[in-house]
Design a protein around this ligand. Structure first.
Ligand code: FMN
Length: 217
């Protein structure tokens, strides 16, 4: 992805960022040329049939840490406690009406990098001073849409564990409308998805379908 799209005044001007006809796809797999990477390419090629710009991010190519719980975002309204690749991704997340998350199951859950990415979205919450703290999301009520795709080796739904829910629940809380969740079972080898024409075609079609609601009417 072209990093030049970052607003030089970030985070000073970030509040002015408006959603656009744009979809950000996030691949949480650490495996180069793995299944999740192929899945995301296929989905975004479908989305590009609509009037949506698409950006793809392989998290393994980005240096970023997990949330350190410093709570500086309570005041700054963005993550200022850790300055790393996420500082570059925040404006892209904010302007992308659509978000596609793809993760393989790693021990019944999302990968560690996908979990870190999701935890770093904590800065988009506002909290009250009540206990427990009442909360709301600054990404809510903006027509944001999400698609979630999971892949695992085993055939049984239980072997995928919480992988889908671990992405679905936080995105819902952030205010995304989850348009589609796609679990894919029974693929271990990195080339597995590439060799399955039926799945590739299905993913392309779901991408096309997802692009439409991400375009403002
Ligand atoms: C550390 C690790 C943990 C895994 N845990 C699971 C699991 O809990 N359930 C499962 O069915 N497959 C599991 N797998 C298999 C992957 O989900 C599967 O190979 C997937 O196709 C990898 O996708 P990728 O190529 O996008 O990384 C695991 C693989 C690794 C490397």
């Amino acid at each position: 992805m072209n990093m030049n799209i970052i607003d030089e005044n970030f985070p000073r001007n970030y509040q002015k960022i408006k959603t656009q006809n744009s979809v950000l796809g996030i691949n949480g797999s650490p495996r180069k040329n793995g299944n999740s990477e192929t899945i995301l390419k296929q989905i975004t090629s479908g989305i590009s049939q609509s009037d949506c710009e698409t950006n793809r991010v392989n998290l393994r190519e980005y240096q970023f840490s997990s949330c350190i719980g410093c709570e500086r975002c309570r005041k700054d309204k963005i993550c200022t406690g850790v300055k790393d690749a996420m500082s570059h991704l925040y404006p892209v997340i904010m302007r992308s009406r659509g978000l596609v998350l793809v993760s393989p199951a790693h021990n019944y859950n999302v990968t560690a990098m996908m979990k870190s990415f999701i935890d770093r979205l904590y800065c988009f919450y506002d909290f009250e001073n009540t206990r427990p703290r009442a909360w709301s999301s600054r990404l809510a009520d903006q027509g944001r849409k999400a698609m979630i795709i999971t892949i695992c080796e085993q055939q049984d739904k239980e072997e995928m564990g919480f992988t889908t829910e671990a992405m679905e629940m936080p995105l819902k809380a952030l205010g995304y409308d989850i348009v589609k969740t796609i679990p894919i079972f029974g693929i271990f080898d990195a080339g597995g998805v590439k060799n399955n024409a039926g799945i590739l075609q299905m993913l392309h079609q779901y991408g096309e379908d997802f692009g439409k609601p991400c375009v403002e009417n």
